[in-house]
Design a protein. Structure first.
Ligand code: PLP
Ligand code: ZN
Length: 393
């Protein structure tokens, strides 16, 4: 995309050209939005078509069809729709990404940007999925990935990271601690950052899920999009994708964006409910991928909800486990706890009358259950052990 890209601070509004390695706002430390030259794109339909084919990615050189991430199905969910009395229910199945989660969308774009900047090592702190996707895509690009993960991350995610040849450091502490160590390492070693809420290219990568949903709905946007929220980068990306399409005149309105957090990790939902600043919590939830004390992209998350006339809500761990079971039993989709959290939120919002039964609703299923297969164990019975046909009940 040849047009200049403007970096605008979410906190203080300062703007500057996006040049070189730029993470947070040099004036105030706030997170950054990368804004396209919307007027130029609106006025040149050939350029706009080309930009859309390249997912509106603000790279200087990019070819359509360069991406491995995404291109996931938007599945109708007729059986769950009947169960919930919500016929207009669709599931965006992000478990089908190369590494099994939506995070591939960010990792891939960040790696492409690193290449453009002439950097070959990219580092991330992660509860598991972001790092696994960075490791997988770095392997495809022949680049180096360095990962800082809390030692409590699910074993399958840690093995996945190692399988792709990434350098893995286990942090004796939680995700927030891993994040701080990773930022120090990046500063010291000159590695490129794939840290949520630190590098604005993560948000630009994740916005492609919104572009795809819009295209799959033939630019008639759904009424609601339900999104699981930890740091707030996915929901920020969803909002940014629809914002870009709106600025380009391709959609008439934004969908209402709904943030769903685990009760035990609800810094953003608390701030929304109490109409106040985001305050850190001590995160504790079965949904390890969204267990975050202080969200790193909280302002973008709150803005996504506010600007789209959406809302935020929390769900209990029991509701999350039930959602995993519902998705698996009714629609054949096996999600990890964070991956099923948005659906848990939808069930709760419907019961509370916050969503009309005639609504067209898209729920993001963000990560596969194969990486966290034991999460559902408390709800399952031991299968009977048999040695012959006579043992069948
Ligand atoms: C499967 C899954 N769902 C949801 C999220 C939440 O994304 P964010 O931290 O950007 O809010 C994550 C983040 O790690 C994740 O791995
Ligand atoms: Zn600023």
């Amino acid at each position: 995309m040849p047009q200049p890209v403007t970096a605008r601070c979410v906190a203080c509004g300062a703007t500057r050209p996006d040049e070189g390695v730029l993470y947070t706002c040099p004036d105030c430390g706030g997170n950054i939005d990368l804004l396209l030259d919307y007027a130029a794109l609106r006025n040149d339909s050939a350029e706009l078509r080309q930009a859309l084919a390249c997912r509106l990615a603000p790279l200087r050189k990019i070819m359509p069809g360069s991406f491995t991430s995404g291109n996931t199905p938007l599945l109708p969910a007729p059986r769950l729709g009947r169960e919930l009395e919500l016929p207009g229910l669709f599931l965006k199945d992000e478990t089908r990404n190369l590494s099994g989660s939506l995070k591939d969308r960010a990792s891939e774009l960040v790696l492409m940007r690193a290449m453009e900047l002439g950097l070959d090592t990219v580092a991330a702190a992660s509860t598991g999925n972001a790092a696994a996707s960075l490791a997988a895509l770095a392997a495809r690009f022949g680049m180096e990935a360095v990962v800082f993960a809390p030692k409590s991350a699910p074993a399958a995610k840690l093995r996945q990271i190692q399988a792709h040849g990434a350098r893995l450091y286990l942090v004796d502490g939680n995700y927030d601690r891993a994040f701080d160590i990773c930022l120090d390492a990046i500063r010291e070693k000159g590695w490129y950052s794939r840290n949520t809420g630190h590098n604005p290219w993560c948000c630009e990568g994740k916005k492609s899920v919104a572009l795809e949903i819009a295209e799959q709905c033939r630019y008639k946007v759904p009424d609601y999009i339900f999104v699981p929220v930890g740091d707030g980068c996915i929901i920020g990306g969803v909002h940014k994708g629809f914002y870009d399409l709106y600025e380009l005149g391709l959609i008439e309105r934004l969908p209402r964006i709904v943030a769903v957090q685990a009760e035990g990790s609800a810094a953003i939902a608390n701030a929304w409910r109490e109409k106040r600043e985001i305050v850190a919590v001590q995160a504790d939830t079965v949904a390890d991928s969204i267990a975050v004390d202080l969200p790193r992209d909280g302002l973008k998350a709150l803005r996504a909800v506010r600007d789209s006339n959406g809302f935020a809500l929390t769900v209990s761990d029991e509701e999350i486990l039930r959602a995993i079971s519902d998705l698996a039993r009714f629609e054949g989709l096996f999600a990890e706890p964070a991956g099923a959290t948005a659906f848990a939120g939808l069930r709760k919002a419907l019961a509370a009358g916050q969503v009309e039964p005639t609504a067209h609703v898209v729920t993001l299923i963000t990560g596969t259950g194969l990486k966290d297969r034991d999460a559902l164990a408390p709800l399952l019975e031991e299968p009977p052990l048999i040695s012959s046909l006579e043992d069948l009940e």
